[in-house]
Design a protein. Structure first.
Length: 201
């Protein structure tokens, strides 16, 4: 009887430990988007739009983004969207934003299409005024490009950086100040049947 009681107590203890196992795991910094699943094809709504580039024939609505479980020391966030397949493999930058306060943990659909509080735009060199979001503009007839949206948690105050930084300048400014990062990947391509002139994006 004694051994049976001990076995029951051991089983209960094991269940209690298992129940708290998930609570003991570190919470990872993550980025999600209600505008599309990770690594899924992006809707044309979020593709670029611009009169100077015939490949930019979308609606250029910036996607929704949410991020969670940032490090405790986080004071601001930065966002960079790059296309490593762009410029024939040399890569291109679609979006640079930073000085986003730690209290802000999401962007609404379309929020990055116009200047507003709590976000500073850099120079993505994408022909958009004020460095605002420019969606995918891959050349017609190419396989889907990968658009990597990375949110970076930093220990810099929200007003620490000057406006208009390029992606490369932002990387330099964040050296020693980046605490964690997480990315959301979207893919986009024009219909293969279309044939139009290509551009650098």
């Amino acid at each position: 009887m004694k051994f049976r009681i001990l076995a029951i107590l051991a089983a209960v203890a094991a269940l209690a430990t298992a129940g708290h196992a998930d609570d003991m795991k570190p919470q990872l910094f993550t980025v999600t988007s209600s505008s599309g699943k990770d690594n899924a094809m992006m809707a044309r709504t979020y593709a670029g739009k611009g009169a100077t580039n015939p490949n930019c024939d979308g609606q250029n609505v910036s996607p929704q983004l949410s991020w969670s479980n940032a490090p405790a020391a986080t004071k601001s966030f930065a966002i960079v969207m790059i296309d490593p397949d762009g410029a024939n493999g040399l890569g291109s930058v679609n979006w640079v934003a930073y000085d986003i306060p730690a209290s802000k943990t999401s962007l609404k659909k379309g929020e990055a299409n116009a200047p507003g509080p709590n976000i500073v735009y850099g120079d993505a060199q994408n022909d958009m005024p004020n460095g605002l979001y420019l969606g995918p503009c891959p050349p017609y007839g190419q396989l889907p490009h990968h658009y990597i949206i990375t949110v970076i948690a930093t220990d810099l105050a929200p007003d620490a950086l000057q406006p208009g930084l390029t992606r490369d300048a932002l990387v330099v400014a964040l050296k020693g100040h980046a605490l964690a990062s997480s990315s959301h990947v979207a893919r986009y391509a024009h219909p293969a049947a279309n044939t139009m002139p290509s551009d650098r994006m």
